[in-house]
Ligand binder design. Structure first.
Ligand code: SAH
Ligand code: SF4
Ligand code: F3S
Length: 481
């Protein structure tokens, strides 16, 4: 079995390059330590993520580098010496948020020229965004993209030493980086990126343009990372990729996502395995069977449908029909009874008619998803769908969106209601945000359960009896642990 990419040398950033970044980290670390000795104050960094789990996972890498360089975590941008925005461009409102926050930093930079403002992530992979930032946000010191995140220490050195703007965006198809430090947000659940990029080019989506082509990490590198997590008391991993089902297809050997799941299932210490995102066209029978047969893989699948109308699906370049999708869901439910299903839906794709939209509602009623993440179609410059003359009006989009929520919320509540009185295993995550008396955890099917607990339970698998059903969460009583 060939477990790694044959072209490993070409797509992997070299060990020498990573060693060079460690040298840059060291030199900043020394400067920061000296500064701390003189002033008695530790340098602080503030990092905000605006995107998906992959974006958050990249931020954890940035935190790994920041900690290595001796930065502590600032509570806000005002008190921090380095500010980083890790951006997202999947929808217009994600971009607008970034511009809003960036504008607010102008005064802080004027008051303190020593502050370093860095902006990175998916938005920066678009030429027009970088041009806009150069013109309108001249207080930004560092601009870098998704492909060269690992060069952050070098760029920071340059910005600190030259006091001039550093712009470095790599427009290649992307590479794989191993060996960077990481500082994770959580100590119980961890994200592990298994592949980068996307080859699908759904007609509405900007991701393939800003994340490059599909590149899978080797099974060894992934399993090593997860084994270390297991040794460090992590209980759950979520495998990340834009399209995890096509894991390994870029390798010369025939390594599949099903095989990856079975390998990870053997890792000691890890009790739960989740993954996202799956693409219906690549969710093959062997993956369904691996989910069923790997005890640690949770009974939850996030399977974006995007739209119910076969005509719209074809326009979207999704490569499956409504019937294919329903058929697939039928096979999954048959093999994994009780599985919880979630999805993504776009409302108001160009040319979507009332009849097309009704098809989406029909799928909701037929599949009965536990939850649906719903989005108003957002026009993304550079994608084929953005060129369509047939854009749906905001008013129609919003009204369909509301109708869709009405249908889905009722289904979500009905499914949750069936859990009343049942006993569920939950992984306790910590205090619930709502009340300090309440602890929170998730079922294997990814439902939030709040309960009266104590701190010894955090990080443990606990049996709870479901006593009440709220709209977005459940309440329970601990039975045993
Ligand atoms: N790779 C994943 C996630 C992509 S982004 C996948 O294929 O499912 C997450 C979701 O954002 C998508 O599933 C889609 O529903 C939504 N999305 C992507 N582009 C969009 C756009 N231009 N307008 C509105 N929603 C969009
Ligand atoms: Fe975007 Fe489609 Fe790729 Fe998902 S599969 S990231 S929606 S192009
Ligand atoms: Fe994620 Fe947004 Fe980039 S959804 S991949 S951060 S465009």
């Amino acid at each position: 079995m060939n477990k790694g990419p044959e072209n490993k040398k070409e797509i992997h950033v070299s060990e020498e390059e990573i060693a060079k970044q460690y040298q840059y980290m060291n030199s900043i670390k020394e400067a920061n330590a000296q500064c701390e000795m003189q002033t008695g104050r530790k340098k602080l960094a503030f990092l905000q993520s605006f995107g998906c789990q992959m974006n958050e996972n990249d931020s954890e890498r940035l935190w790994g580098m920041l900690s290595e360089m001796g930065y502590g975590e600032g509570k806000n941008s005002e008190e921090s010496d380095v500010i980083i925005f890790n951006t997202c461009c999947v929808r217009e409102n994600a971009e607008e948020k970034v511009y809003g926050h960036l504008g607010a930093l102008k005064k802080q930079k004027m008051d303190n020229q020593e502050k370093i403002i860095a902006i990175c992530g998916c938005m920066m992979q678009q030429g027009h965004v970088v041009e806009h930032i150069k013109k309108k946000y001249r207080h930004v010191d560092i601009v870098f993209g998704t492909h060269n995140l690992y060069r952050f220490p070098e760029l920071l050195n340059k910005a600190v030493n030259t006091r001039s703007a550093v712009i470095d965006v790599d427009e290649s198809a992307g590479s794989i980086v191993e060996g960077l430090p990481i500082e994770r947000k959580d100590s119980i659940k961890a994200w592990v990126t298994v592949m980068y990029g996307c080859n699908n080019f759904c007609s509405y989506c900007i991701v393939p343009y800003v994340r490059g082509r599909e590149r899978s990490r080797s099974i060894e590198d992934i399993v090593d990372e997860i084994a270390e997590l297991g040794q460090n008391n992590f209980m759950e991993v979520t495998l990340l990729g834009q399209n995890v089902n096509s894991y390994g297809k870029d390798f010369a050997g025939n390594v599949s996502f099903a095989e990856l799941l079975s390998e990870i299932n053997k890792v000691e210490g890890i009790e739960r395995i989740r993954f996202m995102t799956s693409h219906p066209k690549d969710l093959t029978e062997d993956i369904i069977l691996a989910m069923r047969d790997s005890k640690k893989v949770c009974e939850h699948l996030h399977l974006p449908i995007q739209a119910g109308s076969t005509r719209i699906l074809s326009e979207m370049n999704r490569k499956y029909t409504k019937e294919d999708y329903l058929n697939l869901i039928g096979r999954i439910k048959e093999k994994i009874p009780g599985i919880s299903l979630t999805t993504d839906i776009i409302v108001g794709y160009p040319g979507e008619t009332e009849e097309d939209f009704e098809e989406t509602l029909d799928v909701l009623r037929k599949v009965r998803f536990d939850f649906a993440y719903t989005f108003l179609y957002s026009r993304r410059t550079g994608t084929p769908a953005a060129k369509s003359e047939d854009q749906v009006s905001e008013k129609v989009k919003k009204s369909r969106f509301e109708r869709l929520l009405g249908v889905q919320n009722k289904i979500s509540k009905e499914i949750n209601d069936t859990l009343l009185g049942t006993t569920e295993e939950i992984l306790v995550e910590g205090l619930s945000k709502n009340s300090i008396w309440n602890y929170t955890g998730r079922t294997r099917t990814n439902k939030i359960v709040n309960f009266k607990g104590s701190k010894e339970l955090v990080g443990k698998l606990v049996k709870v009896k479901i006593t009440d059903i709220q709209t977005w969460s459940l309440e329970g009583e601990v039975i045993s642990w």
